[in-house]
Design a protein around this ligand. Structure first.
Ligand code: XUL
Length: 524
């Protein structure tokens, strides 16, 4: 039996998916999630992160290491034939960076399999916290980097994105300039993805273009570090960066530590990627013309594309695709955080939230909400606060509808540049289980919304990438369509179909929503 293990180390949890694949088999044999706040309260995270001032947002990388140890133990305890696991890959929340000391390689090679991982990592990190994607404290550093490479447009041409506060480059610059001793102690800077792969292999893992393109440091067309961006970011940075290799690279073999600790075999570890690039694979979006939406902590809209041309409006991103080629992406920080805020404000549970959606008409009789409960990424808004128009704050049901409609309308507006017309959208993320939310998306986009069976597309994508990478390394390479076949088929009847009347209501609302946003952002 050939098994493949995929992880998703996301903002709030670590998920693992194990698939049986090959020889006509395509079965999910294990899936489990560990929520950081409840499993590891000693790190003091809320929603997986620590935020002191609302703008600086970090997470402890030691917590992610502890979660990895716990999850591998759970897999063994679940009775999975761990010796049958041929390859492992994973995905991480994008942009977050992990700073390792020069001691890290020695510590990794000397781990004692009889003892848990986290307590053995003393001296491993040059910095105890990782800045993560919700951070928006690096405006000054973004301006420095953009200016040094000839402006935001030039930076987007090179890297696929203008300078973004959450992107790793500006975060590294902030650390190097504001904490020079810590930067001097740093021997290696990893992304969350390559850090987790390093823990599995026990040796330094490479980056790959899917996640590497979220740094404002990688030349997107070449898939390698861009010397001008690296020089603009921090002194002596190049030697601190891991190499960038193709996404299917074998980063190493599962280390002796894990083999002896939990009885695993010598599985191949395939380079990890970012959670959105991994969801692209896990949703089966391996051909141009398809659109995906992830309704998670962040809401993201993405699609595979063949060209690295950046967003003409300067708002979205182009990343590398782990299937080769590229992917476009627009990210909204006010995803589940905003939905939960409204749910909690009105004392509802998810059933009550759905009932409110069902009981209110599409278009909400003209009431609008721009749901910026936390600082927003698209458009860049650093002063949070929801904005209402024609909407009574005391009206629970209409506020529920307004938050979901505001999110769906924003997704439609900010995906026009890469998907002006779509007929089918594949969805994943926690809120994808909510049929009433999917109905709003179907009506706003005038497209069928479909779900696939495994709920976590990012960790499924990681397992599929492990399968692909293993076959590639064994000279029995498979096409991407062959890899995803049987795993990413839509669940019949589980999504939503667009309704013409509702779509007309949204067509009428859209220009008003755009004008409302323009008045809030001061743009014309
Ligand atoms: C994408 C982004 C978020 C994180 C969430 O650019 O910032 O979607 O990847 O995990």
């Amino acid at each position: 039996m050939a098994l493949y293990l995929g992880f998703d180390s996301s903002t709030q949890s670590l998920t693992a998916t194990i698939i049986e694949a090959g020889d006509g088999r395509h079965r999910v044999v294990f899936e489990d999630s560990i929520a950081f706040d409840t499993a590891f309260p000693h790190y003091g995270t809320r929603h997986g992160v620590i935020s002191t001032d609302g703008r600086t947002v970090t997470a402890p990388p030691l917590m992610w290491a502890e979660a990895l140890d716990r999850m591998l133990e759970r897999i063994r305890a679940a009775g999975v034939d761990v010796t049958g696991i041929r390859a492992i890959s994973g995905s991480g929340q994008q942009h977050g960076s992990v700073y390792l000391s020069a001691e890290a390689p020695r510590i990794l090679s000397g781990l004692d399999p009889a003892r848990p991982l986290a307590p053995q990592l003393t001296g491993f990190f040059a910095r105890d916290e990782s800045p993560v994607w919700l951070d928006c404290s690096t405006g000054a550093e973004c301006a420095d980097i953009a200016t040094a490479v000839g402006g935001d447009r030039a930076l987007a041409q090179l890297t696929g994105s203008r300078a973004y506060e959450r992107f790793t480059g500006s975060q590294i610059r902030k650390f190097a300039t504001r904490e020079p001793e810590g930067y001097a102690r740093t021997a290696r800077i990893h992304l969350v993805s390559s850090f987790m792969a390093t823990l599995l292999c026990g040796t330094d893992a490479p980056l790959e273009p899917g996640d590497g393109s979220g740094m404002n440091l990688m030349n997107l067309a070449r898939g390698d570090w861009d010397p001008s961006c690296v020089a603009a970011t921090a002194p002596d940075l190049q030697r601190r960066l891991p190499p960038i290799r193709p996404s299917w690279t074998v980063a190493g073999t599962l280390s002796r530590y894990w083999q002896q600790r939990f009885g695993f075999g010598s599985a191949r570890v395939i380079a990890w990627t970012g959670d959105n690039p991994s969801s692209l694979i896990g949703l089966g979006l391996v051909q141009e013309g398809q659109l995906g939406i992830s309704l998670g902590t962040s809401d993201t809209v993405f699609a595979p594309v063949s060209s690295p041309a950046p967003d003409p409006n300067g708002a979205g991103h182009v990343f590398g695709s782990p299937a080769g080629g590229f992917m476009t992406l627009t990210c909204f920080a006010n995803g589940s955080l905003a939905r939960e805020r409204v749910r909690d404000q009105y004392g509802l549970d998810w059933a009550g939230f759905s009932a409110a959606l069902r009981d209110t008409p599409p278009g909400n009789a003209g009431a609008l909400m721009v749901p910026w409960f936390v600082p927003e990424i698209t458009p860049t808004i650093d002063r949070p606060g929801p904005h209402r128009q024609g909407l009574d704050v005391a009206d629970a049901a209409r506020n529920v509808r307004a938050v979901v409609e505001g999110q769906a309308l924003a997704m439609r507006i900010h995906s026009e540049w890469f998907a002006p017309r779509v007929t089918t959208i594949r969805v994943t993320g926690g809120a994808a289980a909510n049929a009433s939310i999917l109905q709003v998306i179907a009506d706003v986009f005038d497209a069928d919304v479909v779900r696939i069976a495994p709920p976590n597309a990012a960790s499924l994508g990681a397992a599929l990438r492990a399968y692909h990478g293993d076959r590639h390394a064994s000279d029995r390479a498979l096409s991407w369509s062959e890899v995803v076949a049987g795993f990413t088929d839509p669940i019949p009847g589980a999504g939503a179909r667009p309704r013409p009347d509702a779509h007309r209501a949204y067509e009428a609302l859209l220009p008003r929503f755009q004008t409302f946003i323009r008045t809030l952002t001061g743009s014309h």
